[in-house]
Design a protein around this ligand. Structure first.
Ligand SMILES: [Zn+2]
Length: 83
């Protein structure tokens, strides 16, 4: 179910404030990353969840040199290194 909570005006730099009620409901904190996409005339803003840089999985993630990689891809990279 979608509900319009507020109407906001975009400023001269293209910024718009996400209402505090929505930030609180979705546990969005200062400096969190958000994904912004567009389809037809609809703009979607989604809280970015960490995912594997190779397969986009969100299961069993590890950070390596500033990049996020899943356990399956770590295993596949190890196996490729043995060949
Ligand atoms: Zn992966």
């Amino acid at each position: 179910m979608k509900d319009t909570i507020a109407v906001r005006t975009i400023d001269s730099l293209g910024r718009v404030v996400i209402p505090k009620e929505i930030r609180t409901r979705l546990d969005i904190e200062d400096f969190d990353s958000l994904e912004i996409s567009c389809e037809a005339d609809v703009i979607t803003i989604r809280k970015k969840t960490p995912s594997c840089i190779f397969c986009k999985s969100t299961n069993v993630l590890k950070e390596f040199q500033g990049k996020t990689v899943c356990f399956d891809c770590i295993t596949a990279i190890r196996e490729a290194g043995k060949k």
